[in-house]
Design a protein around this ligand. Structure first.
Ligand SMILES: Nc1ncnc2c1ncn2[C@@H]1O[C@H](COP(=O)(O)OP(=O)(O)OP(=O)(O)O)[C@@H](O)[C@H]1O
Ligand SMILES: O=C(O)C1=C[C@@H](O)[C@@H](O)[C@H](O)C1
Ligand SMILES: [Mg+2]
Length: 175
């Protein structure tokens, strides 16, 4: 099957881009960031796109773009934080190895650059993120083959665990 060897999902700031790059490097495959695909095609940062288009239209654009670009990605793909919640997206992810990078609210709030990148979190990022985590955890879990906790752990440690899920999954398929 053509498509990514690994797809990372999780809330904004969970480490999809950071960990995704490390894992891709270790596997010797390319890393792709779905937010960068959207930004290139739409000519605007995705955080700004959510504000301009509204969430509903943004999610339609996400699904349409994902259908087109999934077969082009052969390496590690980091999805946008909200991509798995877009209608029709969980079905598209089913054939692939998906890992959910989980993070606790307090750890998330300490991570750098979160709010400037995601202006739709304003005016109350803490309350917005608390609600977002509660609503999305079941969705991320449902689309994922494995969950890797990231709170209080260095990206390198997280990357090791993500790599281990690939080995386990290969053994499973082989057996
Ligand atoms: N395990 C970690 N521990 C502490 N900080 C981390 C960890 N993983 C990532 N970070 C930091 O948190 C910030 C967000 O990480 P990153 O951009 O990889 O998240 P993301 O899931 O790709 O978010 P987005 O949805 O915004 O693209 C970065 O400043 C990064 O250095
Ligand atoms: O969690 C979200 O809803 C988002 C996360 C980002 O990756 C971007 O895709 C956009 O800012 C929306
Ligand atoms: Mg990212």
């Amino acid at each position: 099957m053509r498509g990514p060897v690994l797809i990372l999902v999780g809330p904004p700031g969970s480490g999809k881009s950071t960990v995704g790059r490390l894992v891709a490097e270790r596997l010797g495959v390319p890393f792709r960031d779905f937010d960068a695909d959207l930004q290139r095609e739409q000519g605007m940062e995705t955080g700004e796109l959510v504000v301009q288009l509204g969430r509903e239209r943004f999610q339609e654009v996400e699904r349409e773009t994902l259908v087109r670009v999934l077969p082009e990605h052969t390496g590690v793909l980091a999805l946008g934080g909200g991509t798995p919640t877009a209608p029709g997206v969980p079905e598209l992810l089913e054939p692939f190895h998906v890992v959910f990078l989980d993070v606790e609210l307090e750890h998330l709030l300490r991570r750098e650059g979160l709010v400037p990148l995601h202006p739709w979190l304003l005016p109350n990022p803490r309350a917005h993120l608390r609600k977002l985590l509660a609503e999305r955890r079941p969705v991320y879990t449902a689309v994922a083959d494995a969950v890797v906790p990231t709170s209080g752990r260095a990206p390198e440690e997280v990357a090791e665990d993500v790599l281990a899920t690939l080995t386990t999954s290969n053994e499973h398929q082989a057996g």
